[in-house]
Design a protein around this ligand. Structure first.
Ligand code: AMP
Length: 214
């Protein structure tokens, strides 16, 4: 089963993807994570995308489609792929359809995670992740444990993303509404879309996602 998690920054796509990876042995393909990795390892592509990402704009379709093409060609699909943060434009959506066709694979569900814009700003400016395993924390709703150790792996280093600030978030939200939200209609028309309320507790949202998939 291959699925897309669709929603604005802070909707909880990464958190839900991690739950699906653990519970269903699915493979998370996050273009945001791939681009951050390229930056950390200092590749040419990482240098090209750094400014664009810090501003909160989208990097080119060519770059992200290339990243996904590589992963699809080389990777073990396990229980299926979770596309997290991809596609973000209509051109990317068309390209994903073609790539899956070429591999004889299907896109089985697109889950739209709906969240109020006001909530997004609060979530994003409060979030951090474990530097070792990527577990997501939130100062208000899921604080880092009092002993300073990640509840998932025991790691003690936590990071905040450079683009998780209010200025960059405004740009990211604008990019979402201008370039990504048309995908809701696109996948609805293809009969693939299910919308879930992304506002609740993590477990409740996970249950709604599971219901949509089963
Ligand atoms: P994310 O971790 O999904 O929030 O992505 C972080 C940043 O990486 C975005 O603000 C964009 O600059 C870039 N990015 C990630 N995925 C894509 C994509 N599919 N298309 C264009 N830019 C992307």
């Amino acid at each position: 089963m291959n699925i897309i998690l669709l929603g604005p920054p802070g909707a909880g796509k990464g958190t839900q993807a991690r739950i699906l990876v653990e519970g269903r042995n699915m493979v998370q393909l996050s273009t945001g994570d791939m681009l951050r990795e390229a930056r950390t390892s200092g590749t040419e592509m990482g240098k090209i995308v750094a400014d664009v990402m810090d501003r909160g704009d989208l990097v080119t379709d060519e770059i992200v489609i290339g990243l996904i093409r590589e992963k699809l060609a080389g990777g073990d699909a396990g229980g299926g792929f979770i596309f997290d943060g991809f596609p973000r434009t209509l051109a990317q959506a068309d390209a994903l359809g073609a790539l899956l066709d070429d591999l004889g694979q299907t896109l089985d569900a697109v889950i739209e995670m709906r969240v109020d814009d006001d909530v997004l700003v609060g979530r994003i400016t409060a979030r951090s992740t474990c530097g070792a395993c990527g577990e997501v924390y939130n100062d208000q709703t899921k604080p880092i444990p009092a002993d300073g150790k990640c509840s998932n792996c025991g790691g003690t280093e936590f990071k905040r993303r450079a683009d998780d600030n209010e200025d960059s978030l405004r740009t990211r939200l604008m990019a979402y509404y201008k370039q990504t939200s048309p995908l809701i209609g696109y996948y609805y028309a293809k009969g693939a879309l299910t919308s879930v309320d992304g506002l609740g507790e993590i477990d409740d949202v996970a249950a709604a996602v599971a219901k949509a998939l089963d």
